[in-house]
Design a protein around this ligand. Structure first.
Ligand SMILES: Nc1ncnc2c1ncn2[C@@H]1O[C@H](COP(=O)(O)OP(=O)(O)OP(=O)(O)O)[C@@H](O)[C@H]1O
Ligand SMILES: [Mg+2]
Length: 614
């Protein structure tokens, strides 16, 4: 947890958000265009409509010129009416085109976003767990929300609008030169100033936008930690200090935002000022021309209108520059995520589990989460079908890691793991995980009803099976006490259930799938004696007729096992039954002592000490 102090180091690593990248990257663009492929006709129609719109926009001022010079000047009433109708018609057409064009392009953008979110989501589901060890939740959430949103801006308001802006700009320049090239050149005298202003604006705003992104990412990460860690915040009276820290982050964000607002506030009036200067010049020089009879009044009016429209796309384009830039950076990040290699379902040749017997063998397995920091060293053991084996060892000795390898949550670097004599790498993941049921150390509950949490969305598991399983495992005892029974909503962190109850629910979940092998990673936290008894009973039923690997923290569980394997610092150090291991007076013996001494009342502790301690 990030507890105040430092600026966004540790879990929230914002370097990725910081990179700006190019405004235009052909490789990224080509890849983006592939997402447009299913909607290419919509895109083509959208662009055509945009071209038509630009043309219609060009027509307006020219019609005004005709109206003034041809009809108003000669008091031609019929002509004026006709041209006014055409003018109105063009405006109406522009309206219709604008509405449908906007809708079409946005429709396309939203659809592309939906496709992209689906692709990212399925991709995330297939990534190996080690990927999630490396990447904080907040960052992945950003990929699928904010980054995708940025991309949409690129598609809908970026690329298409830029296309339209450029087209309009070129059209206006051509028409202006054609109407009166001298007047056109006079208008263009303000362009150098405009170029400088735009260049400066872009540079400053770019920097400020980067700051904004960075600071909002910090706020989000801090918020996420404070909300998920609210218990600790409140218990340890951290409210004030965390508030202080948040206040600072919040202020930094405000400050960065105000900076961009300042640049905008300065830049757009400058553009307006320059366009006012240009209009003044046109009016003055054009007026002189009208006096000398080389320019009609209508042409002057048209020119003024064109000049006004000339500046709008220019300021629009400098805005779009930023959109393009952040969208390019966003797409770079999204594609990088999509390029992360997925976990293959199996390594060929594929071998199917026909009727799983539940025989397990580890052969010289070495495993490290990182490089060569070996967590497991040369682990070998064999479990017969239906056998119950307990794994004991100090915290951090590697028990959970062994279980993670068996379900291929992680892959070992060396050695082999066999199920029914088949290397598990050849077994399709879904078959493997159907055969091996897991009750994890930390039970995770999804938001949804109790029944849904047992069934986990599997339609093959009927309501009856859920009830049967729950009954067999003592789950129904507490479920019936819930106001709405099996339909009671469980919040995402399982708030309404106690640790013991959650454990029972996890048993039910595993049993409902009826696996041949059961892995039970006992919770380290102790539960009350009543729940302990319920859990114990449930466990007995869960284990019948299955191969069981139990990471045991409770003595009662260890003692019912056929065999105990003692893990110490990633190695198997002792194996045997409870009695055999006690007689060995080794690691197990010491662990047993600690447990007995730690959990029993002092009288028993004394006896344990007198009978055991050296
Ligand atoms: N996802 C992970 N990434 C990196 N290292 C990990 C990861 N999970 C566990 N480790 C490390 O691997 C070692 C073994 O952890 P493991 O969870 O297997 O221990 P354990 O025996 O199950 O402990 P406990 O009894 O506390 O549950 C520990 O040193 C731990 O720091
Ligand atoms: Mg563990």
């Amino acid at each position: 947890m990030m507890l105040g102090g430092g600026h966004g180091h540790g879990p929230g690593d914002f370097r990725e958000e910081e990179t700006l990248g190019k405004v235009y990257d052909a490789r990224l663009m080509r890849r983006l265009l592939r997402y447009l492929a299913p909607y290419r006709w919509v895109a083509v129609i959208g662009v055509l409509m945009l071209l038509l719109l630009s043309l219609l926009q060009l027509a307006g001022p020219y019609l005004a010129k005709l109206a003034i010079d041809r009809y108003i000047g000669h008091s031609d009433f019929a002509g004026l009416t006709r041209i006014s109708l055409v003018f109105a018609g063009i405006l109406a057409a522009q309206f219709v085109l604008r509405v449908s064009q906007t809708y079409l392009v946005q429709w396309m953008g939203q659809n592309v976003m939906r496709d992209l979110r689906l692709e990212i989501f399925t991709h995330l589901q297939r990534l190996p767990l080690s990927f999630f060890d490396r990447n904080p939740v907040g960052r992945l959430m950003t990929r699928i929300t904010t980054d995708v949103e940025n991309l949409n801006e690129l598609l809908s308001s970026g690329v298409v609008a830029i296309f339209g802006d450029v087209f309009t700009l070129v059209g206006i320049v051509v028409v202006m030169l054609w109407l009166n090239w001298r007047l056109a050149l006079i208008t263009f005298t303000v362009l150098p100033f405009l170029t400088v202003a735009t260049f400066l604006f872009r540079r400053f705003v770019r920097q400020a936008y980067r700051e904004i992104r960075l600071r909002i990412a910090r706020i989000n990460a801090y918020l996420q930690e404070n909300i998920t860690g609210m218990v600790i915040v409140q218990l340890f009276n951290r409210e004030k200090r965390n508030f202080e820290h948040f206040r600072r982050l919040n202020y930094d964000y405000l400050e960065a935002y105000l900076r961009t607002i300042f640049y905008h506030a300065v830049f757009f009036p400058i553009v307006e000022l320059l366009s006012a200067v240009a209009l003044g010049l046109i009016l003055w020089y054009g007026g002189l021309r009208v006096f000398s009879g080389t320019l009609t009044i209508g042409a002057l009016v048209a020119f003024l209108q064109y000049a006004q429209r000339f500046f709008r796309p220019i300021s629009d384009l400098s805005e779009k520059y930023n959109i393009m830039q952040s969208a390019m950076a966003a797409s770079e990040r999204i594609f990088k995520l999509l390029e992360e290699p997925e976990q293959p379902s199996f390594t060929p040749p594929v071998k199917h589990l026909e009727h799983c017997r539940g025989e397990i063998e580890f052969r010289n397995v070495w495993f490290a989460y990182h490089d060569e920091d070996w967590v497991l060293r040369d682990i070998s053991f064999h479990v017969k079908p239906g056998e119950r084996v307990a794994f004991v060892g100090a915290t951090g000795s590697g028990k959970t890691s062994i279980m993670s390898l068996l379900t291929r949550l992680y892959e070992p670097q060396k050695g082999q793991i066999l199920l029914d004599g088949i290397d598990i790498r050849h077994i399709p993941l879904d078959e493997l995980r159907r055969a091996v049921g897991v009750v994890p150390q930390d039970v995770f509950l999804f938001s949804g009803s109790v029944a849904e949490n047992i069934r986990l969305g599997n339609r093959d598991i009927s309501e009856d099976v859920v009830r049967q399983v729950a009954q067999a495992l003592n789950v129904d005892r507490f479920v019936e006490r819930l106001p709405r029974g099996y339909d009671e909503e469980v919040r995402e962190r399982g708030g309404i259930l106690s640790t013991g109850q959650r454990q029972l629910l996890a048993f039910a979940r595993a049993l409902a799938y009826d696996p041949k092998v059961i892995i039970l990673d006992e919770a380290t936290s102790s539960v009350d004696t009543e729940t302990e008894r319920l859990v114990q009973e449930a466990l007995e039923k869960l284990m019948v007729g299955r191969t069981c690997l139990i990471v045991a923290h409770r003595l009662s569980t260890v003692q019912t096992a056929d065999r105990i394997i003692v893990i110490h610092k990633g190695k198997i150090r002792e194996q045997g039954t409870h009695q055999e291991l006690l007689a060995l007076r080794g690691i197990y013996y010491r662990l047993y002592q600690l447990q007995v001494v730690g959990l029993r009342p002092s009288r028993e502790r004394e006896t344990a000490q007198t009978t055991g301690a050296k």
